[in-house]
Design a protein around this ligand. Structure first.
Ligand code: GDP
Length: 534
């Protein structure tokens, strides 16, 4: 049985029980499998395999989705809510492919914790490390799951050392594996001093584990062969001596990560991890904003858009803005202030993402993610409040690393291209720059695959074939400074200048040298590789 969420008894209980998190991992480590098991334990699905099955049903709808399937990547992120014991979990899915990292970065601004999944044979891989660094920027608490222990995996101490060294974070074992590969029997639960043995009988069910109290229980010998038992006792003793004990405060501050070992495919270790998220994963946190921070327990609603997804249903030209609620108790039909435009907005048909289905949200609390269908008013970084002009900060937009010129295949339809590109820019799928000189658009992305995704979406959603051609530019920087200074600079460097979809001034560069030159010759200006969405 789970204890009541008591970390913050001062919070309204509905908020105190919420845990909003994302899973970070390298492709193939087991994120999808673990997600399925979360939903299985959360009672949101009856059988594992449904996340994938539903995903595939969705994917057949368009070629764009077909591409996702062919390449084995997921382009779009979504949110899932489910109850686990007394907790309400909000799992925000991050796209795993490195080409879509910008989207992933922004997703991580909407969560209070991250689950880091690593493959027991591979340890810390490149994408894990990259995502971890983003979590570190925000000191996000991180809980670690070392997966695939049913396969040949690395030595337990070696895995822990690697995480400590590569990620510079203290690691404390929450569980300790017994055997590995074909000999993997289960884990010793270091936090609760008991043994959880794996039931390999049925992978799609919640496994009933066998419990043995304490390491000196004589029943141990009935279940654990002598050589494994000896190794376990020795290793646990060493671990207790050499590794730091769990310090919940240090976990909350992002300095320490507890690690659980398991096998997602066998549903093993998942429940312990979920209990850990409940106990150590924090409740909704204070949100950075201007001119003041937003505390979750504030009675008034505030929230921000961290993702916009267009055409989730190709039959309707709708967009869904994913809003993370930072405070208050939201009720359907509420009128909220759209701070950027200063206009009120009646939120009459919000959706909650319960498991894989969309459902109308009657109410939601700080920590929850709701989807607000709209026709383009809501953009990434926008803040919604009950009236106060607050602006949530810290949602980055990155300078693209690859630039191409986009042209309409059919010149008669060039006008539609403008509209399509603006839509994708607002969605955050690409940067679109309008050069000061010459016609056409320059499209910037963070990963090459995004060009293909864009071309295929523009053709599908707007019936417009497009070509991406090489651009003389390789990067872009936002120009900041006094208005007259920026204008003078623009006039002098017309060939390099463009505006982004918000009308902000951008300096297009060919070489790092261009950037260095501006830094040297124009101390009155700053060039930045990120821009805060607003
Ligand atoms: P993702 O790319 O991180 O979402 O990884 P998936 O969940 O799709 O898993 C990648 C592959 O690893 C799939 O073939 C899974 O069946 C397999 N897999 C996932 N978890 C385990 C596990 O605990 N043990 C083993 N042996 N295979 C696993």
């Amino acid at each position: 049985m789970l204890d009541a969420p008591t970390n913050r008894p001062d919070l309204p209980p509905e908020i105190a029980r919420r845990r909003t998190f994302a899973i970070i991992s390298h492709p193939d480590a087991g994120k999808t499998t673990l997600t399925e098991k979360f939903l299985l334990y959360g009672g949101a699905i009856q059988m594992a395999g449904q996340v994938r099955a539903k995903g595939e049903a969705r994917r057949t709808r368009s070629d764009f989705m077909q591409m996702e399937k062919d390449r084995g990547i997921s382009v779009s992120a979504s949110a899932m809510s489910f109850d686990y014991g007394k907790y309400r979990f909000n799992l925000v899915d991050t796209p795993g492919h490195s080409d879509f990292s910008e989207d992933t970065y922004r997703t991580l601004t909407a969560v209070d914790a991250a689950i880091m999944v690593i493959d027991g044979a591979k340890g810390v891989e490149s994408q894990t490390q990259k995502l971890f660094e983003v979590c570190r920027l925000r000191d996000l608490p991180i809980l670690t799951f070392c997966n695939k222990m049913d396969r040949e995996s690395r030595d337990t101490f070696e895995i822990i050392d690697e995480i400590q060294e590569m990620l510079a974070i203290d690691v404390t074992p929450a569980s300790w594996p017994i055997g590995q590969g074909r000999d993997f029997l289960g884990c010793y639960d270091m936090l609760n001093n008991r043994l959880e043995l794996m039931d390999r009988a049925d992978r799609n069910r919640v496994a009933e584990s066998i419990r043995i109290e304490g390491l000196d229980d004589p029943k141990l010998a009935q279940h654990v062969p002598e050589h494994l038992l000896e190794k376990l006792l020795e290793e646990v003793e060493m671990a207790r001596e050499l590794l730091p004990a769990l310090d919940p405060q240090s976990v909350l501050e992002g300095h320490m990560t507890p690690i659980w070992f398991g096998s997602a495919i066998n549903s093993f270790g998942v429940k312990e991890l979920m209990d850990g998220i409940g106990t150590y994963g924090p409740e909704p946190q204070v949100q950075a904003a201007e001119p003041r921070k937003i505390a979750p327990e504030e009675p008034k609603v505030a929230g921000f858009v961290f993702k916009v997804q267009a055409n989730m249903d190709p039959k309707h030209r709708d967009r869904v803005a994913f809003v993370r609620l930072a405070s208050g108790h939201f009720q359907r039909g509420m009128k909220l202030l759209h701070v950027r435009s200063k206009k009120p907005m009646a939120v009459s048909n919000p959706v909650l993402f319960l498991a894989a289905d969309r459902e109308l949200a009657e109410e939601a609390w700080a920590g929850d993610i709701i989807g607000i269908p709209n026709h383009g008013q809501l953009r990434i970084g926008d803040t919604l409040t009950e009236g106060e002009p607050l602006r949530v900060t810290g949602i980055p937009s990155f300078a693209p690393e690859l630039l191409k010129v986009c042209r309409a295949g059919d010149p008669m339809k060039a006008k539609h291209l403008d509209k399509a590109l603006m839509q994708f820019a607002e969605e955050g799928a690409a940067k679109v720059f309008k050069p000061l000189m010459g016609a056409g658009f320059i499209v910037g992305v963070v990963g090459a695959l995004q060009f293909e995704v864009l071309a295929s979406r523009i053709e599908l959603e707007y019936g417009l074939p497009v070509r991406f051609e090489p651009s003389q530019f390789t990067s872009a920087r936002w120009v900041h400074g006094d208005k007259p200074a920026v204008e003078a600079f623009t006039q002098k460097n017309k060939q390099h200048m463009a505006t982004d979809n918000d009308g902000d001034v951008v300096y297009m560069t060919r070489l790092q040298w261009d950037i260095d030159r501006v830094a040297r010759d124009h101390p009155e200006l700053t060039l930045s590789a990120t821009k805060e969405m607003q």
